[in-house]
Design a protein around this ligand. Sequence first.
Ligand code: MN
Length: 455
Amino acid sequence: MDTFLNDIKEIHIVEDAKRLLFGAFVSETDIVQRALDLASVAHKGQKRKSGEPYIIHPILVAAITALISGDEVMVASALLHDVVEDTHYELEDIERDFGVDVVHIVGGLTKIVEIRDEKLIPSVSGDRLINSALSFRKMLIASIKDVRVLVIKLCDRLHNMLTLDALSSAKQKRIAEETLVVYAPIAHRLGISRLKNELEDLSFYYIYPNDYAMIDTYIKSNKQNLQFRLNALIQKVENMMHIDGFHRDSFEIFGRVKHYYSIYLKMHRKGVSIEEVLDLLAIRIIVKEPIQCYRVLGLLHLGCTPLISRFKDYVALPKENGYQTIHTTLFDDDGIVESQIRTTEMHKLAEYGIAAHWKYKEGGSKVHLDWLEGLNYQNESVEEFYELAKSDLFSEDIAVFSPKADYYTLPKNSVALDFAYLIHSEIGETASSALINKKKSSLLTILKMEILSRL
Ligand code: MN
């Protein structure tokens, strides 16, 4: 875990919480100080389940918000986020003291609680929980138009996840499932990978403690070897870049073990054990200019063997949320290593997503995003994951190519007709036979790695 979040987990007294809040990411401005004062008075005497003073929670949510956004209106709103819900203060009080911007955000955060109570069935069977969580997510996205509200809500949820130990195990699991189905996908869509990865790993820890422990044990007992592989590759790339004329201070390279939940998903998707997951490692090369991404790419592909089917150029073709990075996968002696190449600017956007706009003061303070609506019916990996976990049918995937070399994955034992439906339901409905590797075949032919076209 991130050291900042680790610090947060260790904080149990109010003074430490305040010190962290004002430590690195926000200054003691008038509005932040007043919000802190009001929240302290409002929550006075209230305790969290852990027995700690309640005010620690909003202060630390504000600290995470400060890390993510650096925006004082958002930090003040984070300090006040539970005031209307949990104390006798009303939105009018907030508006009088803090103005329309803050009251608008606090109002939005209070509304989330209302939607949740209406949409979420409390602790029931797995299926219904997932369904109600999905409809909760839909409502949430549809009704919360100010993205700042969502960002603060994610920070709130992250702090709750960090302090879940105080709750009963049934509650831990329910909150973790909600986090995985509702909040992690929102963080993903907003492009805030720093929040998304932590939310996923914390949820994973509570939902599947045994699988988490197994991955954790494996990674820890192989730490030396993994670190050695990372260092060797980083050294090699550094050398290649120096020889090519990159100045020592003009780039940075980081190595890491991928986050646990992504390793777990890979094991499930491919039906393999952790020993068989080849790409546990990733490196990231950060350069100054977009064109340099391609020079580095050239060096990597010429100097190491790339697994070319995994190559993705999101620099030339950014994702919908603005994400830009070149992804390529390289072979090393023991497996493969995912390599990402991006500029400093792209890196900020990849880590902080939409929040980068406030953090780095680019663009206005109020952002309304139409594309967020698209989240409504997007198929997110979380539902897929639940499907995967429930059924062995999906334990292995096959890759199928269209004649244009588009790449599709299907569960093992899928037939040509499944492929047709995957392309489009209309094609599935009207297909009469298929061409598999240019040979006419029945729609019920079981597919291997093949090239398919419609007859
Ligand atoms: Mn809260």
